[in-house]
Structures are given as C-alpha cells and as structure tokens.
Design a protein around this ligand. Sequence first.
Ligand SMILES: CC(C)(COP(=O)(O)OP(=O)(O)OC[C@H]1O[C@@H](n2cnc3c(N)ncnc32)[C@H](O)[C@@H]1OP(=O)(O)O)[C@@H](O)C(=O)NCCC(=O)NCCS
Length: 331
Amino acid sequence: MSSQDTRHCRRCCSVSVMRHIEVKRRMAEADIAEVSELLQAAASADGHRPLGEHKWLDLVEGGRAGFAGFVARDTNRSGVLVGYAQLTRGPGSWAIERVVHPDSRTPDGSVAIDLVNAALAEVASQGGGHVHLWVPKPGETDDLIAKQARMSQGRVLYQMRAPLPVSSPASNITTRAFEPGVDEDAWLQVNNAAFAQHPEQGSWTLDTLLRREAEPWFDPAGFLVYSEHGSIAGSCWTKVHADEQPPIGEIYVISVDPSHQGKGLGRQLLLAGLEYLTTAGVETAMLYVDSHNTRALSLYEAIGFSLDHIDRAWTADVPPVNLARHSGQGF
Ligand SMILES: CC(C)(COP(=O)(O)OP(=O)(O)OC[C@H]1O[C@@H](n2cnc3c(N)ncnc32)[C@H](O)[C@@H]1OP(=O)(O)O)[C@@H](O)C(=O)NCCC(=O)NCCS
C-alpha cells in the first residue's frame, strides 16, 4: 500500500513524501532489529515505551496467530523506516498500537494515519470487528489521527505512582512466593475469575503466564501469594523496572478471588507488595488501573497513589469487506 502527501520542509518549500506500508504476518530477525531501533528512538523521545508489554512480546517472538505488523517506509529516503503499527486479535476484539519515528512526526499525523488506516483495512479484510487503538500519554495530534480514522474515544487507563515507603501500617497477612511449575493453574483460576469483566486481563491462558515467567525481569520472590485453607485467595505480583533510572516498582497484577473480595484482603496484599518493593530498594511504586475501576482506585488513593498520566483507547466497529470485490486494496 502506498500513499503520497505534501508537507513543508524547514525552508518552506513543498516536498512530496511517498510512503509504502508493508504488512508482515511474521517478523524476520532483521525486521525485529529494525523495528526495535525505531521503538528505542521513540522511547527516548517520549519518555515511555511505545508498545505495551503484550505487543512487545509478540513482536520479539516473531508474532503469534492473528499477528500483523505494519512497516511504513519513506520511499523518497531509500525506504527508511518511518513508522510501525501492530495488530493483535483478542478474544472479542482487535487491538492496534502504532509508533512514528520522532524525525517523521508532523502536526497532521500523516504517517500514523496511514498506519492506522492500513491496520483497519486489515481488520475489515479479516471479517471486521471491534477495535481498540491504545495511545500512551495522548496529545492533540492523537485526537486528529483517531478522527481521520473515524474512531471514537474509549477506555482510559490511569498510570498512578506513590513514593515509597508508604505511611500505612504494615501488612498483617503472611504471603509466600509464587512457585513456578506448581501454582500456575490455581493462580490462573483466581486471576481470570477476579478479572472476569476485564477485556485483556480476564482471559489469560497458561501460555500467557509462562511467557511472563520466561521474561528476564520475572522473579517469583516478588510474586506474593496468599492462601487460605490450601487455596489461593489472592496475590500481588510486582515487577521491578530495573532499566528505569532510578528503578520503578510496578504493582503488576493484583487480584483477590471474588469469594474473598471486600473483606480487606486487597489492601493487605497491596501493602505486602509495596513492602517487598521497598525492601528491594525501590523508591517509587507505579501501577495501571482502568478509570472505571472505582474499588481499586479508592484503594490506591487511600494508600498514597496519585495520577501520573493517562493512556487512552480509541475504538471503532469495523464492518467486514469482501476483498474479492475490492481488488487492489490488499497488502
Ligand atoms: C481491587 C481488589 C484487588 C481489591 O481487593 P478487595 O479485597 O476486594 O478490597 P478491600 O476489601 O481490601 O478494600 C480495599 C479498599 O477498596 C475500597 N472498596 C472496597 N469495596 C468497595 C466497593 N464495593 N466500592 C468502592 N470501593 C470499595 C475501599 O476503599 C477499601 O478501603 P477500606 O479498607 O478503607 O474500606 C479486588 O477487588 C480485585 O481483585 N478486583 C478485581 C481485579 C482488579 O480489579 N484488580 C485491580 C486492577 S488495577
């Protein structure tokens, strides 16, 4: 797929920009290396990682079933990579994330618009469906991009932070470390029941969990499990972002079995997780929470967390398109 637009260079003359977008069902090693470089440049410019963790794992592992990577090149500049988008098919919806190289960003967001439209066309050709486009720290251009792609504002995710140690009294429960190879099934059952209403977190499989356990940051000592009568009642999984300077400690997943909720266990698990992070030498705690999750939000605020920034999803319901009748639109 190619597109052409006109933008102004710094000397105020018009330059013609030709873009080519290629869709990849699997990423070769060279593609992954090239895209990783682009992601790194964007992360340095923006102060946050452009792809969420699920997407990042999909990319570096070459892409699972339902994966599509969109690679945008500037054909005027020897095909230099100017942007990348990734499409994932979830249980009931599609998710798109996209990133544009800092040197190729324009106020009209044209590279991003091309990438999003290419991903939406792919969704249409695969039978259509509900789509989320997640944008970290959205700005005015992101509104414009979403409008061009006929998407409307959807879920908002809060990133909250708290300085450590927190001033609340110590946790009054005794937790143990998650035991790899033993706890997976029982933990998944509690996690999926607690997050039953959650579009991403409620449908974890053994594969999803094992992929996290294989990550270099995974440390069972920071994955705190609380059991009652031999069954897992809740857990607080922490993640230390050692690559941040100074390191940040994330409350990565916290869940209480529905039969134990509302009895004070979530608060104690959170305190236990924060104590673990404090002992590990971390000075700032961080977490993500859906803006509608009032129970979790009031708990976090009560313990000392406050809003750092928001991430937003734009959504669309894409009708299917019959590619046979639209020849020339495929990738
Ligand atoms: C969020 C969760 C971990 C909280 O655990 P919990 O054991 O249910 O919560 P607690 O009983 O410890 O209550 C903690 C605080 O939540 C708030 N809270 C509890 N029930 C609430 C309700 N029905 N409505 C609003 N706030 C409520 C209160 O502020 C309470 O503080 P308090 O002790 O001063 O009263 C748990 O409900 C859960 O697993 N939910 C599903 C998964 C999830 O949303 N995880 C968080 C993702 S970011």
